[in-house]
Design a protein around this ligand. Structure first.
Ligand SMILES: [Zn+2]
Length: 302
């Protein structure tokens, strides 16, 4: 037996927030560096987590290094609080962070961890949004060498990326990127905006909340600091546009539950073939339903 091996003091001797204090300090130092250089992909020593890479380990490590007793966390996946990924991450935090609270209301949370969406509610300066990122570098599609990509980022050389967008226009008459839209921060670094839809990209521009993006597998952290310019790449004559959700008559579709005409909608096809649209952000939708006294919402759902 290894003489250096020590048994845990007791059965529940996990450190607060699972990570050891040194790991959390290192992540926080790298968060500060990422905030200081908006959009710069800061390398960090991504730890092994008790879940598969690709399940949000990068975002989770950011959240765990920031969370303290008394903080309130909301976890969402594709806009929903009750999807498998969100439920498991929330339970993990509840298990390892005694004293920290969890909520499904965006307004109550001071840290929001999300995958694939930015909440519909406008975030405030008191909140931090943590986004999970699979591929942090937008230049991966045009340059396989990381060493070369670093030089391109440093020089602000995004010509190959713009050429890629131009090829889309030639082929499809528009830029056909549905998510991970390349976005320029503060006039220099272009970031992968994570797998959020184009609809959410403008929410990064001059956001009051700090936005942190973490890629566990790729070991990178980058940030959109509060009140930073975040401009999606486009051309003078081909503007960036978001999903419009128009029906065949050109009108904006409504959420079937809460009647919202401003939210990002999920299309749901029922077994009878009929198509319905509902808010992707379930917390936002439910709160609007509560304001409508529930009756209209329950009818629409049934
Ligand atoms: Zn709704």
């Amino acid at each position: 037996m290894n003489p250096g091996y020590e048994l845990p003091v007791d059965d529940v001797s996990y450190n607060f927030a699972f990570l050891d204090e040194f790991a959390k300090r290192e992540i926080r130092r790298n968060i500060l560096k990422a905030i200081s250089i908006p959009g710069y992909q800061t390398p960090y020593a991504s730890r092994e987590m008790p879940m598969g890479r690709g399940f949000g380990t990068g975002g989770l490590q950011l959240t765990l290094s920031l969370l303290g007793a008394g903080d309130t966390l909301k976890v969402i996946d594709q806009g929903a609080d009750d999807s498998v990924n969100a439920v498991n991450l929330r339970q993990f935090v509840e298990l390892t962070c005694p004293g920290a609270n969890t909520t499904e209301r965006a307004a109550e949370a001071n840290i929001i961890q999300s995958r694939h969406r930015i909440p519909e509610d406008r975030l405030t300066a008191d909140q931090i949004l943590v986004l999970q990122v699979p591929t942090p570098d937008p230049l991966t599609i045009v340059e396989p060498s990381e060493a070369r990509r670093k030089i391109m980022h440093g020089e602000g050389d995004y010509a190959p990326l713009l050429t890629k967008l131009y090829e889309d226009i030639v082929q499809f008459d528009e830029i056909a990127i549905s998510n991970r839209y390349p976005t320029r921060l503060n006039g220099h670094y272009v970031i992968d905006s994570s797998p959020i839809p184009r609809f959410d990209v403008p929410k990064m521009h001059q956001s009051a909340a700090l936005i942190l993006l973490g890629a566990g597998r790729e070991r990178k952290i980058y940030a959109v600091p509060p009140f930073t310019d975040a401009v999606p790449l486009a051309f003078e004559d081909v503007a960036f546009r978001t999903e419009a959700f128009l029906d065949s008559t050109g009108n904006r579709r409504r959420c079937d539950r809460c009647n919202s005409v401003t939210s990002y909608l999920d299309e749901i096809i029922h077994p009878d073939g009929s198509r319905h649209w509902q808010c992707s952000d379930t917390g936002y939708c439910s709160e609007r339903c509560a304001q409508l006294k529930g009756a209209a919402c329950e009818e629409a759902r049934s």
